[in-house]
Design a protein around this ligand. Structure first.
Ligand SMILES: *Cc1c(COP(=O)(O)O)cnc(C)c1O
Length: 459
């Protein structure tokens, strides 16, 4: 008999989580102004809000915490992190930052000015925020296929090199500080980018003399998909694939809360010594001295260890299999989601579930609230609230997709939890016809409104 698949870890420490009643949840979500970010985590049973910083560190990472060097300058931990970034990603220069958006802040404070254009494949919300805050423009060049949730293609996160070239042709080189390639493509459903696509995008960047920035939050998951889906990579190790991926890039920004499996941390890495030096000023001003940036020594140690563990095939297989497991359960129940299952999350196609809720009443948000009410499960809206308003007209932007993202923390929940998530979704799905209205906004920030938005029932 062929042995079944099992996790590549065992559990050494546990954290209790608690269920609640529907009445309690109705009260809590009302108090939270129907914004899932406003809930107390104690009021959540299974928390799939994000896979960012929510993973379980390993015994080795915790051991690294004990040997961190907290020296202000030139700490051992800095050199450990430097060695890991060089060995695994291949960059000579880097600045530690407190998380991914801080890496974007340091980089864009240095290279982006008003009126600039940064093409990309579905820029992440903080990336777009940092671009638009500087009165520059994030132009989406994702392949059209990404918008068809039911289409199964192996690399649905790709950038369209033709769309990219049109943008690069249209604007002068000095207006394009970087092309941003996000791997995996979070916003399009945790969908991977192929090595071929990275090569093509890089070639277009070279042709027009612009920098290729990789948004590397989930680079290791992307490498797993290249190994398992792309011709010619099956026999390469994850670490070999990772090295090749970054060989085509000039800059990488990293939220280490994802694939480096730490609770806090990030960095911006450079091939160019000159650009690294230019960025140091904003690092010192906004983050900290260049050898710790926004991080403590112990966290840099854990990050270095996490980069190594996060690029091991068995770990990645365990992780991505769990996401696929949830996807397969949803298939069983006929619940539509962005196909195929992504690397870190399942993205429920809310428009296909709640067909009676008008887009002005925030379809994916409505589904998120329903799932919370059903079983205390917290997902996050990737729809019109997140898409925010047009920076010029200030009108709501209604994206093609209204998705409810269920992000799965690394090494944190078991498949039994996934069974509960799937069953709760089935219950919501079974009563979908009775859900006819959603929510309207009562309060919002001028930018990145989704974190703090307040809502009330539409009718
Ligand atoms: C999380 C994330 C970021 C921002 O990182 P933070 O650590 O949350 O600041 C940037 N890009 C992508 C693709 C992300 O997933």
């Amino acid at each position: 008999m062929k042995l079944p698949f099992a996790e590549s870890f065992r559990i050494k420490m546990v954290e209790t989580i608690r269920k609640s009643t529907r009445e309690e949840r109705e009260q809590w979500i009302k108090e939270a102004k129907y914004n899932l970010f406003n809930l107390k985590s104690d009021h959540v049973f299974i928390d799939l809000l994000t896979d960012s910083g929510t993973g379980a560190m390993s015994d080795k990472q915790w051991a690294e915490m004990m040997t961190g060097d907290e020296s202000y300058a030139g700490a051992r931990s800095y050199y450990k992190m430097k060695a890991a970034i060089k060995d695994i990603l291949g960059f000579d220069y880097f600045l530690p930052t407190h998380q991914g958006r801080a890496a974007e802040n340091v980089l864009y404070s240095t290279i982006v000015k008003a009126g600039d254009v940064l093409p990309g494949n579905s820029h992440f919300d903080t990336t777009k925020g940092h671009i638009e805050f500087r009165k520059a423009f994030a132009i989406d060049c994702t392949i059209d296929e990404a918008a068809d949730t039911q289409l199964e293609i192996p690399f649905k996160g790709n950038m369209d090199p033709r769309k990219l070239e049109e943008v690069l042709k249209k604007y002068p080189q000095e207006k394009i500080p970087a092309v941003v390639l996000t791997i995996t493509n979070n916003t399009a459903g945790g969908q991977p980018v192929s090595m071929k696509n990275i090569q093509e995008v890089s070639a277009v960047c070279r042709k027009y003399g612009v920098n290729l920035q990789i948004d590397a939050a989930r680079f290791a998951e992307n490498a797993y998909f290249i190994k398992t889906r792309e011709e010619g990579y099956a026999d390469k190790s994850i670490k070999e694939i990772v090295k090749e991926m970054f060989s085509y890039a000039d800059i990488a920004t990293m939220s280490s809360k994802k694939d480096a499996i730490v609770n806090m941390g990030g960095f911006v890495a450079f091939k160019s010594e000159e650009l690294w030096k230019k960025c140091q000023m904003f690092c010192i001003m906004n983050e900290g001295f260049i050898t710790y940036g926004g991080m403590s020594g112990r966290d840099m140690n854990a990050l270095a260890q996490g980069l190594d563990e996060g690029t091991e095939f068995d770990y990645l297989k365990t992780r991505i299999k769990q996401v696929e497991y949830l996807g397969a359960k949803l298939d069983e129940y006929g619940i539509p989601y962005q196909r195929p299952a992504g690397g870190h999350a399942i993205f429920i196609d809310a428009k296909k579930v709640l067909t009676h809720v008008p887009k002005e009443e925030f379809i994916a948000q409505t589904l998120g609230v329903e799932l919370y009410l059903e079983a205390g499960i917290r997902g996050v809206e990737i729809g019109a609230i997140l898409a925010d308003r047009d920076p010029v007209t200030r009108e709501n932007r209604y994206p093609k997709l209204e998705l409810l993202r269920l992000a799965i923390p690394r090494r944190t929940y078991t498949d039994n939890h996934m069974d509960v998530v799937a069953a709760a979704l089935k219950n919501v799905y079974d009563r979908r016809e009775s859900i006819t209205h959603g929510y309207v906004i009562t309060k919002e920030f001028p930018i990145m409104r989704h974190f703090t938005v307040e809502l009330e029932k539409a009718r």
